[in-house]
Design a protein around this ligand. Structure first.
Ligand code: GNR
Ligand code: NI
Length: 175
């Protein structure tokens, strides 16, 4: 297992549409293990494969609170349907847009069908934080970031902020 680097805006790979997985095999489980470890290392609650530069339809998530036991979850080829009519705002963040947070409105309930870590088909209803996170991650699979829902001004500011952050970090690393 390895912690992989999480790519940030404006990396053009974040705009790619990720491709379906053909088989849930050991190689894919290795990727999912790395993704989970990378997500934990970055203190995230969800991660899409494209955030480590792999354009596959794979998501990992752990919504357990700090004082709870880890509860890793894996979603391969997820499909969302039956969104509720009720929109709920939530202050979102993204490991690919670090230090930026803003409100996004999404349906508060969605159905999700996917293959799990063992390749078993699953079908469930997501609500609350699970609904927020799975929709945020599904967007990554389509090359969409939460800042794409903000005004152009806010989006441009967010990208500039991350660019500066990464530039300062590169300089610090060299020093
Ligand atoms: O760690 C994350 N926190 C978060 C908070 C509110 C809404 C969505 C998220 S997902 C984010 C990790 C991430 O970037 N996943 O793609
Ligand atoms: Ni994200």
């Amino acid at each position: 297992m390895a912690v992989r680097e999480i790519i940030t805006v404006p990396d053009p790979r974040l705009k790619l549409v990720s491709q379906p997985v053909e088989r849930v095999d050991e190689e894919l489980r290795d990727l999912m293990d790395d993704m989970l470890q990378s997500m934990y290392a970055a203190d995230g609650i969800g991660l899409a494969a494209i955030q480590v530069g792999v354009p596959k339809r794979v998501i990992v998530m752990d919504l357990a609170k700090a004082d709870e036991a880890p509860a890793p979850r894996y979603f391969v080829n997820p499909v969302l349907s039956d969104p509720s009519d009720n929109l709920q705002p939530y202050e979102e963040g993204c490991l690919s847009v670090p230090t930026v947070f803003d409100e996004v409105e999404r349906p508060d309930r969605v159905r999700i069908q996917y293959l799990d870590y063992d390749g078993k088909p699953c079908d469930e209803i997501a609500e609350g934080m699970f609904a927020v996170c799975i929709q945020h991650e599904m967007d990554h699979l389509e090359g969409i970031l939460f800042i794409d829902y903000l005004s152009r001004l806010k989006r441009q500011r967010a990208v500039q902020r991350v660019k500066k952050l990464d530039k300062d970090k590169t300089r610090d690393d060299a020093a």
